[in-house]
Design a protein around this ligand. Structure first.
Ligand SMILES: [Zn+2]
Length: 243
């Protein structure tokens, strides 16, 4: 066919954080981080669910600088050396976007999430929720799939089906649902089943986080089911999923 329409590029190439990031550092206002508090949290003695939550909040505040530094070091290392992160950065460039340490920001998060993508501000890495470098890598790849989708396809983030589709793709392609070694040796069939169930679960969880759904997992699950088959198969920009 000679008359195929040119691929439509969506979104803007500008993913800069503008005023989303405040550089002024708030003073620590929590309770003192004593040895006793650390030990209580580790052992569970003398901790109620409330005081444990307070401890975790204070911990994130108190160690914000350290957490931020660790997150930024991991981010910068991954930008340089991670094959999947580099691949996704190139793909985003292909669709006229630009991702770098300028618009991939490490910040503390209060919600239970590892990262986020905002069409205007770029990628958020939750410095207090990321366990280690490989968790950071999966999270960066996940959010980069959202960035790619935003630029490459006509994504309407307010449309639950669009959102669900991008979440399915992000979970499939990022590697966060890669099986552990023991699943690999049990054979391909089980591996695929695990992968699919994991993607479904994680996409449902993400979609339920949309403010309008207020954590309703049933409603989110139904939306994910509606688009699952077609979006799970859509592995662009990867040729296939080989994790
Ligand atoms: Zn997501």
């Amino acid at each position: 066919m000679a008359d195929e329409p040119p691929q439509k590029l969506q979104g803007t190439a500008n993913l800069n954080h503008e005023s989303a990031v405040s550089d002024s550092k708030p003073a620590y206002t929590g309770k003192p981080m004593s040895f006793f508090r650390h030990m209580s949290a580790i052992t569970g003695y003398g901790m109620t669910p409330d005081s444990l939550q307070e401890y975790r909040r204070d911990f994130d505040d108190y160690y914000a600088d350290t957490l931020c530094k660790r997150c930024e070091e991991n981010r910068d290392w991954l930008i340089q050396y991670s094959p999947i992160v580099r691949f996704m950065m190139d793909q985003v460039k292909e669709v006229n976007g630009s991702l770098s340490s300028e618009n991939i920001k490490c910040l503390p998060c209060s919600k239970d999430q590892a990262g986020g993508f905002h069409p205007k501000y770029g990628i958020l890495l939750c410095q207090n929720k990321l366990r280690d470098r490989s968790h950071t890598e999966d999270t960066m790849a996940h959010e980069m799939v959202h960035a790619y989708d935003h630029l490459r396809f006509n994504v309407d983030w307010a449309d639950f089906k669009h959102l669900a589709c991008s979440e399915i793709r992000a979970s499939t392609l990022s590697g966060e649902c890669r099986p552990y070694q023991e699943w690999m040796v049990r054979g391909q069939w089980k591996f695929l089943r695990h992968m699919e169930a994991c993607v479904r679960r994680r996409a449902t969880l993400s979609v339920s986080g949309h403010p309008a759904l207020k954590g309703d997992l049933d409603a989110a699950g139904k939306i994910v089911d509606q688009v699952f088959e077609s979006c799970y198969k859509d592995t662009r920009p990867f040729r296939e999923v080989y994790k």
